[in-house]
Design a protein around this ligand. Structure first.
Ligand code: ATP
Ligand code: MG
Length: 502
């Protein structure tokens, strides 16, 4: 890193504008956080909230520089300056905070104790340091893993002012991206801003208002079950049970008793009455997942139930009336199954009064990136490192990959990357998608580092390792060149050649 050119880290593949304007006006989601019982409408379009007037800045130092504090206040920051012990409450909110940590004023042990604060997900830190401190591995570790940038003294207020603005913008960027994650269902969120997903949300809203059976199609992992839950939670049946059964996961022999239950003594081993899933869902919604796998025998029973609205428990004498709405789903081609006689057409018409199609993830455009950020936001505390976004290589790979496992696959890949990532930005390799990108998966800092090393090497060669000449060509002092050579492991070569290494 050159003394006068602080390096900034890119965030989430969006070219973060530099410098960023104050980010207090980040739009946030105007969505309903619905509990299972209380949903009445489906919020879809995010509405920007009024600008939050306060931008907090935490300045951790043994003896804060009062001129810097005054300067930052002049820029509109609400500055809390002092040791962490006196100012820790600033980090207790869930709003973004810019941070300055003066590493020159703490001992290595005190600095190590700052790590939990530096890890804080909503704080964007700038480190103030010097050459001495940069020789300390603890300091390097803290800067590399938890700070957006660092500056070496003598410090210029305007540089610091610019950098904290940038760091604050970076941590606020998460809010902007996540503002586009509009629907909340109980504990789950259904992310979708593209036209196909907006259409899906409109369909969910309409379908929820009726009591007709619904049939959901879509590739594996596209969100069929999530959609079923969403319909139930927005339907007049929401106070009733939502019972899901995976028709593909139950043994053919057992599916009938699982669906319709049995009476005590119905067969050997039936020691007590068992209520079937259909009856369990009385008053609510029955979700028949992988309906295409339902054996033909059970298809007949299900059809009879749909016609009569009564079930016969195995070994029971009297039919039992049950009031359920059926939502079914499949990832197989049911038309083909009907054509080949594996699925009853009459049952299909009973089940498929209303049809919902889930778009595959690869067709959702920008939602791919938004979903990835959503998953990162949800699970980032799983990782040891503070991960701030996706490297350009990861973004590129996400858009070119086919996502045959759809959202479920995306969740798995991002969760694994959060644990495996070696840096603050998740790369294509971390996602296991290194083969999907033309961009070498590297951080900007690593690329600059490599370019700097290469430039020095070539210049040294050209000037036969005469440091004064090489430094003059590179536009830096001889002392700086020497330091950079040490940093890049180039000093041995120069000394070995008996060069002017002073
Ligand atoms: N739009 C979405 N936003 C956020 N999370 C989603 C979205 N769609 C699906 N998910 C999540 O992806 C995972 C898979 O969703 P779901 O189980 O509903 O898919 P599915 O189509 O039923 O899959 P399968 O065919 O494998 O049964 C779940 O963890 C779900 O919460
Ligand atoms: Mg499913």
């Amino acid at each position: 890193m050159l003394e006068s050119a602080p390096i900034s880290v890119p965030v989430s593949g969006k070219n973060a504008p530099t410098p960023l304007p104050p980010m207090g006006a980040s739009p946030t989601v105007d969505s309903i956080t619905a509990d299972r019982a209380g949903v009445s409408s489906l919020p879809i379009v995010p509405t920007p909230h009024a600008a939050s007037a306060v931008r907090n800045l935490l300045y951790i130092a043994q003896e804060p520089d009062q001129a810097l504090v005054a300067y930052l206040k002049g820029l509109g920051w609400k500055v809390s300056a002092g040791t962490l012990a006196t100012q820790a409450n600033v980090l207790k909110t869930d709003t973004p905070v810019a941070g300055i940590v003066d590493m020159t004023s703490f001992s290595a042990r005190e600095l190590a104790a700052l790590e939990p604060a530096l890890r804080h997900q909503r704080a964007g830190w700038i480190a103030l340091t010097d050459d001495n401190r940069l020789a300390d591995p603890v300091v390097c570790h803290l800067i590399r893993h938890f700070c957006f940038d660092f500056v070496k003294g003598p410090f210029s207020n305007s540089t610091i002012g610019y950098l904290v603005d940038h760091a604050y913008g970076m941590v606020s960027l998460g809010d902007i991206d996540l503002a586009e994650t509009p629907i909340v269902f109980g504990d789950e969120q259904m992310v979708g801003t593209c036209e196909a997903m907006q259409q899906l949300f409109r369909t969910i809203r309409k379908v929820a208002n009726t009591d007709a059976n619904v049939f959901i199609t879509g590739e594996s992992g596209t969100g069929k079950e999530l959609t079923a839950v969403a319909i139930h939670e927005r339907s007049p049946r929401r106070k009733g049970p939502f019972v899901a059964i995976n028709c593909g996961a139950i043994d053919n022999q057992l599916i009938q008793s699982e669906l319709f239950g049995y009476e005590r003594g119905a067969f050997t081993g039936a020691n007590q009455r068992k209520i079937g899933r259909v009856e369990e869902a009385d008053g609510g919604t029955l979700f028949l997942d992988e309906i295409g796998d339902l054996p033909l025998d059970s298809q007949v029973h299900l059809l009879r139930f749909l016609e009569e609205r009564k079930i016969d428990r195995l070994g029971g004498r009297d039919p039992v009336a049950v009031n359920v709405r059926i939502i079914s789903a499949t990832h197989i081609d049911l038309e083909a199954a009907m054509a080949s006689g594996r699925f009853r057409t009459d049952l299909f018409h009973r089940l498929c009064v209303l049809r919902v199609d889930e778009p595959p993830l690869r067709m959702r455009g920008k939602d791919i990136e938004i979903l990835a950020l959503h998953v990162l936001h949800k699970f980032r505390s799983d990782g040891r490192r503070k991960i701030i976004g996706f490297a350009p290589s990861a973004i590129e790979a996400m858009y070119s990959y086919a996502w045959t496992g759809n959202v479920r696959e995306m969740i798995n890949r991002v969760r694994r990357a959060i644990v495996m990532a070696e840096n603050k930005l998740i790369t294509a390799d971390d996602l296991g998608l290194g083969h999907c990108t033309g961009i070498e998966s590297t951080t900007l800092a690593a690329a600059r580092d490599a370019a700097e090393k290469r430039a020095i090497e070539l210049t040294l060669l050209r000037h036969r390792h005469k440091l004064s000449e090489a430094a003059a060509e590179l536009g830096i002092s001889r002392v700086t060149l020497y330091r950079l050579m040490v940093q890049h492991g180039l000093r041995g070569a120069s000394m070995g050649n008996g060069a002017d290494a002073g």
